[in-house]
Each structure stands twice: as C-alpha cells, then as structure tokens.
Design a protein around this ligand. Structure first.
Ligand code: ADP
Ligand code: MG
Length: 326
C-alpha cells in the first residue's frame, strides 16, 4: 500500500551522503522499522514524477543480495526512498569500528556483491554505478546486501546536476569519460575490498611523510593520500570545493580530488599489501578487478567463477557469528 510521510516516526539519524541523508524510521501503521533516504531534488514536478515511476523498478528487484524496497514518495522538495533497515550498518562504519576486516569475511563480501551485481545486470540490465563500502550493508543475521544502485536515469541526472558525482572508487575509464559498464562496478569492488582488508582507503602512503599526515589529524580522516595541503589557504580552497559539491569520499582526502583522479588514471592500480600476507587467490582476484583496461577486466558474472569466490562459497563462513562480535 501507499507510504506517506506523515506515517513515519524518526528514530535515528543513520548518516549523510552526497545526495541526501538516511534515517532509521518506524512506519507507525505497521510498526515496521525501515531506513528512509531523503534526497533533495531540484527538478520540475514532471521530472520528480518520472523519478518516482522509475524507482518502482526496485519493487521487482528481489534477491537476497539486494536491499528490499518498501516504496518511495515525494515530500517536497525531497524524494523519500524507504528500504530495508540493516541493523549493522555499512561496511565502512564496521571497519572503522572493528578495524581491518578478516580476509575470509572480505571473500564473503566479494561473493555477495558479485551475486548482487550479476542479478541486477542479468535480470534488470541495471548497472550499479556506486559500489563502495558505504553502499554494502550488513545485518545481525549475517546477511550482506548492496544498496543505492542506479535504477532511475532521471534521478542520476538530477543528482549529477546538483552534485559533481565524482567518487574516488571510480574506474580509470570512467574518470576519462567513458560510459559506465558492469566492469566499472568491478573496479569499484576491487578498491572497496582492499579498503576493507587493510582497514583504510587504499590510495595512501604514496608520497606523504608522517609529519604531513599528523598535521592533518582531526580535520581529515586517516588513510588518505598524496601531497597534503600545506597551508590554511589551501585548506580553504579545499573547503570551498567541497561546498561546491565535489565529493571527497573514501575516508577524506589529503590529495586534491583532481590529483587523486590523475593518480588513478596514470599510476599502477593498488594491491593488497604487504604482499604474501593474504591468500594467493585473494591477490589474484583483486588484481583482476583492478585491471586498468576495461576490455581485459572481467564481468561480475565471470568473476563468480574465480577460485577465491568458489572457495568462499564452499566454506560458507558463519557471518551471523561474525556480526555478533560488534
Ligand atoms: P553514502 O552511501 O555516500 O555514505 P547515503 O546517504 O547513501 O551516503 O547513506 C548514508 C549512510 O546511511 C550510509 O553510510 C550507511 O551507513 C547508512 N545507511 C544507508 N542505507 C541504510 C540502510 N538501508 N540500513 C542501515 N543503514 C543505512
Ligand atoms: Mg549510500
């Protein structure tokens, strides 16, 4: 049935992202707990209605690796998207709380995301476009699901109009302006998995020394990268950029977004480090996600056959027990 804004009671703020904020809410008539995403859309009524229509596709996205959709409605000037609430939150929050995630759990994450991406693409021809740890959610049942995929072309356009949709999980070909393909999602998955296994965003340690990093503690989250801003003036510039909507995702930037994007395009892809710490299959899997040439990179469906994923499937780790540890 119809969801209406007045039927919801706010329970808790879950987080804020590029395009909006997410709250834990109760749908009072049914007592159901949900996550309500509020997206500010600066668009004509006709476009808003079109977005709502496009979001309805989410009703047909039924997979245990995809967040369930309860409905969407307009609450001017916002669009509200109500979805399944995942009580353990997103994987970025989890690793920031418990530290680097065990590689066997990371393998289960890879399996879940690949299954979700394969389902979205094979059944609905949907490309996710925004794979990153904050869009991979976990609950106390030990289920891992993806959310925030690009179902609505109009929504993608509207958000792109207000926010520069640049993400540090973006593949080299996307940075260079090529079309999105499922292989771009595979790159983003590779970056995300390294981040989970290392417990920090992978584009780091390249050329920054300790004094520079400590300089930034408190203002920027740890784990980032290249030449940090040297002066207050540069910091001001960076804040200004941020207010113009350039997203500095992935745990905060000490290198400007442009420098980082250049780095992704020009430098060798990151790897699981130190070498030898992780299973060889894990290294190989990550390397194949992070092939810079999209033609050489595999699709999610192909990667489901990778030995590391086979192994994860065969061992079927107890993720419920894992999730009970935090
Ligand atoms: P981003 O994904 O860029 O962090 P979002 O606005 O999509 O921004 O989400 C903000 C935060 O809300 C996420 O980081 C995540 O931790 C939390 N969140 C989003 N959806 C859900 C959900 N369905 N259940 C629980 N937490 C959620
Ligand atoms: Mg999100």
């Amino acid at each position: 049935f119809e969801l209406r804004n007045e039927d919801f009671k706010d329970l808790q703020e879950l987080g804020q992202g590029n395009g909006g904020s997410v709250k834990k809410v109760e749908h009072v008539p049914t007592g159901k707990i949900m996550a309500k995403k509020i997206v500010l859309i600066d668009a004509k009524p006709s476009v808003r209605k079109q977005i709502l229509r496009e979001l309805l596709i989410m009703h047909d996205c039924n997979s245990k690796y995809i967040i369930s959709f309860w409905g969407a409605f307009l609450a001017d000037p916002n669009i509200c998207i109500c979805m399944e609430f995942m009580d353990k939150g997103s994987l970025d929050g989890i690793y920031k709380k418990i530290g680097a995630i065990d590689i066997d759990v990371v393998a289960e994450v890879a399996l879940a995301v690949l299954e979700g991406l394969t389902y979205l693409y094979d059944v609905h021809r949907i490309i996710h476009r925004d794979i990153k740890p904050s869009n991979i959610l976990c609950n106390s049942e030990g289920e891992i699901k993806i959310c925030d995929f690009g179902v609505s072309g109009e929504l993608i356009n509207s958000i792109a109009d207000t926010f520069v949709g640049t993400s540090t999980y973006m593949s080299p070909e996307r940075i260079q302006g090529a079309q999105y393909t499922v292989k771009s999602d595979v790159w983003s998955l590779g970056i995300s998995l390294i981040e989970l296994a290392l417990g920090r965003f992978p584009f780091a340690e390249s050329s920054s020394d300790d004094s520079d990093l400590s300089d930034l503690e408190g203002t920027l989250s740890p784990g980032a990268v290249l030449p940090p801003p040297r002066s207050q003036k540069e910091k001001d510039k960076k804040d200004k950029r941020k207010s113009h909507g350039v997203s500095l995702q992935g745990g905060g930037m000490t290198m400007s977004i442009l420098e980082l994007l250049q780095h992704i395009v020009n430098e060798p892809a990151p790897k699981l480090t130190p070498e030898g710490r992780y299973p060889k299959e894990a290294d190989d899997f990550i390397d194949s996600c992070l092939l810079k040439d999209p033609d050489a990179r595999k699709t999610p469906k192909d990667l489901l056959k990778h030995p590391w994923i086979d192994h994860a499937r065969a061992t079927a780790m107890d993720l419920k027990a894992w999730a009970s540890t935090f």
